[in-house]
Design a protein around this ligand. Structure first.
Ligand code: FM0
Length: 325
């Protein structure tokens, strides 16, 4: 009972930031992302009758701590769904995320785990069912089921039955590019889990964030269909800034930005003044992702690499959805 799946990471253009149910991972707002070809996870799940517990190796290293706990908790969901509660698995994952890229791999990681484990145990799920399950491993991974642009519908139901991602436009729809700008950082990390919890509970700006989401989603979906790069970039950049503004209002306040983060942001705005359309977005960490069009790739990469504090720039195209190997 063995299967292998590959899933790519995604970067949100309209961010998921806050939960209404931490256990089921139900969000307080819908979000929208672009799946990238440059970063992915390949996972093999092998359910074996003779195992008495799960095993998990990540990049050939056996894991036992918090990461292992999250994997087995997720496999418990899969076992329950299949009615095979006593069946344990040997799980092997390889993260193809360039070394020290500092990018979260939980989106591609849980999407690959969900796809491989459900296939291995004999479940046949639709994309929506797979996305709904994957969501319970890590919220953002619900969007990595699909290539191109995907929207995670927050849903209304308390049991999470209507909270899953749907495709918005496939990988082939539009050749838009994203550069991951990697910065050197020794900052203590506040996880996205902890950051969003603190913000929901304490930030007076959180309501404003929530109120701004429907218009951002509506606007960016129209702009994606119309391939209006300026509009997509403007909405994504503003949405990211609103998310990060909520953390400054939290108690205690915090920011994910380093001095180099702000330098990159300024440089992107400077590029626009020089006639190169480029826009940034930032997740729960200091690194910046820059949206641009293929014809500007050389110029964008050169400018980004010259910014002090930038240690690497990794270029990506839109990526595919989950595949089985
Ligand atoms: O991706 O607590 O999925 O929409 O990256 O595992 O559900 O790691 F910028 C932050 C990702 C959040 C925005 O959160 O959290 C986004 C973020 P979990 P995730």
């Amino acid at each position: 009972m063995k299967a292998t799946a590959k899933a790519h990471t995604n970067i949100a253009l309209i961010k998921y930031w806050g939960k209404r149910n931490e256990q089921l991972i139900l969000p307080t707002n819908s979000s929208l992302s672009l799946t990238l070809d440059g970063f992915y996870t390949t996972t093999t799940v092998d359910f074996q009758e003779n195992l008495t517990e799960d095993m998990f190796t990540l990049n050939d290293t056996p894991e036992t701590g918090e990461i292992f706990r999250r994997v087995t908790t997720f496999l418990d969901l899969v076992r329950r769904l299949a009615g095979k509660e006593q069946l344990y698995a040997n799980v092997k994952s390889m993260n193809q995320v360039p070394t020290a890229a500092g990018l979260a791999s939980s989106a591609s990681g849980f999407a690959a785990l969900a796809a491989a484990s459900t296939k291995a145990i004999g479940l046949e799920l639709t994309d929506a069912e797979l996305s709904r399950l994957t969501r319970q491993g890590s919220g953002s991974s619900s969007r990595s089921i699909y290539g191109g642009f995907a929207q995670w519908e927050m849903g209304k139901e308390e049991d999470g039955s209507d909270s899953y991602a749907i495709p918005i436009a496939p990988q082939e729809h539009w050749d838009i590019r994203m550069a991951a700008v990697v910065l050197s950082s020794k900052m203590k990390k506040i996880s996205s889990r902890e950051g969003m919890r603190r913000t929901v509970e304490t930030s007076p700006f959180y309501d404003g964030w929530l109120q701004s989401i429907p218009a951002d989603l509506d606007g960016i979906k129209k702009a994606i269909q119309a391939k209006d790069f300026t509009r997509v970039g403007e909405i994504a950049e503003a949405n990211c800034l609103k998310m990060h503004a909520t953390s400054l209002g939290a108690k205690p306040p915090f920011t994910y930005w380093l001095d180099a983060t702000v330098r990159v942001m300024h440089q992107v705005q400077e590029m626009r003044e020089q006639g190169i359309p480029a826009y940034f977005t930032i997740d729960a960490g200091p690194n910046v992702k820059v949206l641009y069009l293929p014809e500007h790739e050389k110029a964008v990469e050169k400018i980004l690499r010259e910014i002090p504090g930038v240690t690497d720039v990794i270029l990506s195209k839109p990526g595919p959805g989950v595949t089985y190997l």
